[in-house]
Design a protein around this ligand. Structure first.
Ligand SMILES: [Fe+2]
Length: 179
């Protein structure tokens, strides 16, 4: 089975549309944080970076009179649910392993609890890594959604992260074949 890369995801027209809506810089930064945190916590960096890159693709623009309406967003937002479903559909359409597609979708579903009734979630390590990566890139007032980057620079950063994930997986393979 061909490995689905972050570059494959980046080039998908729906990913372009939805990630640009919620912020390409935020998506890429969160994916880099997820890589670092995944390595630190022994989580699969392939799934962690994919979930982090796609985590906000369920966002809808809550505008009133041309301005973002934060109260309307807070009241009506279900971006984690929508994002999980969109990510799952895109991953499966590209040929992602079904088990991985489900894990990634679940990590997106649970990356925030802002839309859930009060209570605490018992997150698994992958889900924790994605939530922490998102928090690590958050800025006050939601301004992390508005940072911009050129398409060329974005693609270069995504390809670099693909290489980092591949190198990590190669090293892990060697480690396991030696032990
Ligand atoms: Fe986010």
């Amino acid at each position: 089975m061909k490995k689905i890369t972050l570059t494959d995801l980046y080039k998908h027209p729906h990913v372009q549309k939805y990630v640009k809506r919620s912020g390409m810089v935020h998506a890429i930064s969160t994916a880099y944080h997820a890589y670092r945190l995944a390595v630190k916590h022994g989580v699969d960096p392939d799934m962690a970076t994919k979930a982090a890159f796609l985590h906000d693709i369920g966002h809808y623009k809550w505008y009133k009179n041309g301005h973002w309406d934060y109260d309307m967003y807070k009241e009506n937002d279900i971006h984690a649910i929508k994002g999980a479903e969109r990510a799952h559909r895109i991953l499966v359409s590209l040929g992602e392993d079904r088990k991985k597609a489900k894990e990634i979708a679940l990590a997106i579903l649970l990356h925030t609890d802002s839309y859930l009734p009060a209570g605490s979630l018992n997150l698994n390590p992958l889900q924790k890594v994605v939530a922490l990566a998102d928090e690590a890139d958050e800025e006050p007032g939601g301004s992390h959604h508005y940072r911009t980057v050129s398409d060329i620079k974005a693609l270069t950063m995504i390809k670099k992260l693909d290489e980092m994930v591949d190198e990590y997986n190669e090293e892990e393979k060697v480690k396991h074949s030696v032990s």
